[in-house]
Design a protein around this ligand. Structure first.
Ligand SMILES: [Fe+2]
Ligand SMILES: [Fe+2]
Length: 288
């Protein structure tokens, strides 16, 4: 019997971003796409992986309305309850701090919405990168001080940093006008810290890179996504929506892009039980 290279993950997280829900009385984003069926489909797919948490990295609302946040809770919370998953809400540039905090965080404030959560020994820090009224983000001196203070004490299983504006080079030229400012100063705070991965969004395309050696996993949008066929130009499309399945192992954190949609079968489906039986026949065991 051979033991597989990796045991099963110690923690599973569903990473959703840029849901852009609107007031249900006016649900279409840009008059084209109702993002709610995408969110429902992502929740259905995520449930198959029994995530411990659902982390939503900003632009949860499109219009910043109270009604949009109530709609978000109406859709997400019962599904999360069925999965037994904790929900971690991060705000983005489309979100209104006051409405967001009142409906999702249980207390209305206009102050930056930094948050600290714990999944057992794994810490999830949410950094508010928004500048009210601006699409671009900023890492302010106040944000950095909060983050440095949190990171001064390492967590038993390390830290995942969740933030809206992905700290990555932009792919599409126009996106430079809504990128995150202050990434060098953020690098300095992350260097040598226990941050194992950064989960982010904002650019409506899945993207991966590093900041100060820390892996950055940017999820695309569950509302509309960027068409890379435009080269360095830009076009948002109602297609290719996806979420990320994040799996935390002892020495690595992985993100798997999970596109929405049902497609024709090429390889016949095998259940988890059938897969387990087949692995046994092949003499392979997965620990955990
Ligand atoms: Fe967005
Ligand atoms: Fe955004």
């Amino acid at each position: 019997m051979r033991t597989a290279e990796y045991p099963r993950p110690s923690r599973v997280i569903a990473h959703f971003s840029d849901t852009h829900l609107r007031d249900p009385a006016d649900p279409l984003v840009r008059g084209v796409v109702d993002p709610r069926p995408h969110l429902v489909a992502a929740l259905d797919a995520a449930a198959a992986h029994a995530p411990e948490a659902i982390v939503l990295t900003g632009d949860l609302s499109d219009d910043g309305s109270f009604a949009s946040y109530l709609e978000l809770r109406r859709i997400v919370e019962p599904a999360a309850d069925r999965m037994g998953a904790q929900v971690i809400w991060v705000n983005g540039n489309h979100d209104d701090r006051e409405a967001f905090s009142e409906v999702l965080l249980g207390g209305s404030t206009r102050e930056p919405l930094h948050q600290a959560h714990h999944l057992g020994g794994l810490r999830v820090l949410c950094l508010d990168t928004t500048v009210p009224g601006e699409d671009a983000g900023e890492v302010t001196a106040e944000s950095l001080a909060w983050l440095a203070d949190q990171l001064a004490q390492p967590a038993p299983e390390g830290t995942i940093l969740a933030m809206h504006h992905a700290p990555l080079p932009v792919v599409q030229d126009l996106a430079a006008s809504w990128e995150l400012h202050g990434q060098t100063t953020l690098s300095a705070v992350l260097a040598g810290s226990d941050v194992r991965a950064i989960l982010a969004g904002h650019f409506h395309q899945s993207g991966f890179g590093t900041l100060a050696g820390v892996p950055v996993h940017a999820a695309t949008s569950l509302c509309y996504t960027q068409d890379l066929a435009t080269g360095r130009g830009l076009r948002g499309t109602d297609g290719a929506q996806a979420w990320h399945l994040v799996r935390v192992h002892a020495h690595t954190v992985t993100s798997t892009v999970a596109p929405l949609g049902h497609h024709p079968t090429v390889v016949a489906e095998r259940s988890a039980e059938e897969s387990a039986a087949e692995l046994t026949r092949r003499g392979i065991r997965i620990e955990g």
